[in-house]
Design a binder for this molecule. Sequence first.
Ligand SMILES: Cc1cc2nc3c(=O)[nH]c(=O)nc-3n(C[C@H](O)[C@H](O)[C@H](O)COP(=O)(O)OP(=O)(O)OC[C@H]3O[C@@H](n4cnc5c(N)ncnc54)[C@H](O)[C@@H]3O)c2cc1C
Length: 315
Amino acid sequence: MSDTIERIKCLIIGSGPAGYTAAIYASRADLKPVMYTGMQMGGQLTTTTEVDNFPGYPNGTDGTAMMEDLKNQAERFGTEVRFGLATAVNFSDEVGGIHKITIDGTKEIEAETVIITTGATAKYLGLESEERLKGGGVSACATCDGFFYRKQDVIVVGAGDTAAEEATYLANICNKVTMLVRKDHMRASKAMVHRVNTTKNIEVLYNSELDEVLGDNVVEGVRVVNNQTQNKHEIAVTGVFIAIGHTPNTDIFKGQLDMDDTGYLVTKGKSTKTNKPGVFAAGDVQDHEYRQAVTAAGTGCMAALDAERYLGSLE
Ligand SMILES: Cc1cc2nc3c(=O)[nH]c(=O)nc-3n(C[C@H](O)[C@H](O)[C@H](O)COP(=O)(O)OP(=O)(O)OC[C@H]3O[C@@H](n4cnc5c(N)ncnc54)[C@H](O)[C@@H]3O)c2cc1C
């Protein structure tokens, strides 16, 4: 049951690069956006120390510091940033209809437009050593962090298309890539398996699982277990890339918004429009292909422009 109701023009759900960029554009267009940050204020980049590939930072930057910059920029133009979680939604089917969003189970927001930027969460194996060494050599993003391991030996865990892509990407930069595949075959498409098998510096270990990441503060190696023989052996590496997939943060939108079969929100054509008029989606929540801060920011900009044009078309 809601204890307060507030009517606004534009609600932004999520505070990653997509959310803050949408906020910058929406507030400059006088949509007076209100943003709810979710539990991870600043989004996924706050879990990494070095961001080297976001344009405008010639010497790289710290993920948390970069997200603080984006927040300050959004607030400078009047975005109201609030800590809170969208817990339920009821989107209107009508053009010009009012969308209802419950925050933290109690407060109700009525919004003319909604920009969803709730991102996706990388899956990890759940090992204590993996958790401890995140940012110290354990990563879930080869495009983001591969460069830090150039000319070094790394491990990729996974057997699908993403793992195969990450392995071939890393093979161009690193000395050697060892792939750990749990089964006796890869799940990736034939074409990707062929690419892996014909890349000289990729070795695939089948029936193999990551038993432990070795190292105190930085990765020094891994212990691998063969799940058929239970034999264990160690491999010296400096980077461990976990490529077992992502989960889009879309549970609360189930039954309301169109999703693909893995739960990513579906947007129309080149726009950020969802199947509900006035509801837009940007960033990783609708993109399982690129998953980069700059692409998330780009679609965040698009979502704000789409929202502004939608409101303009109602006048
Ligand atoms: C370890 C790591 C390192 C990375 N390094 C780089 C890099 O160097 N360069 C690069 O370009 N990319 C990097 N990435 C990828 C990049 O972080 C993502 O592509 C980007 O953050 C996606 O932005 P987003 O705004 O779509 O969502 P996210 O950053 O995922 O943010 C989602 C936001 O939604 C909020 N949220 C979720 N559910 C709710 C809810 N119900 N209500 C309210 N809010 C909610 C969360 O709190 C969060 O604020 C890295 C990713 C990881 C995990």
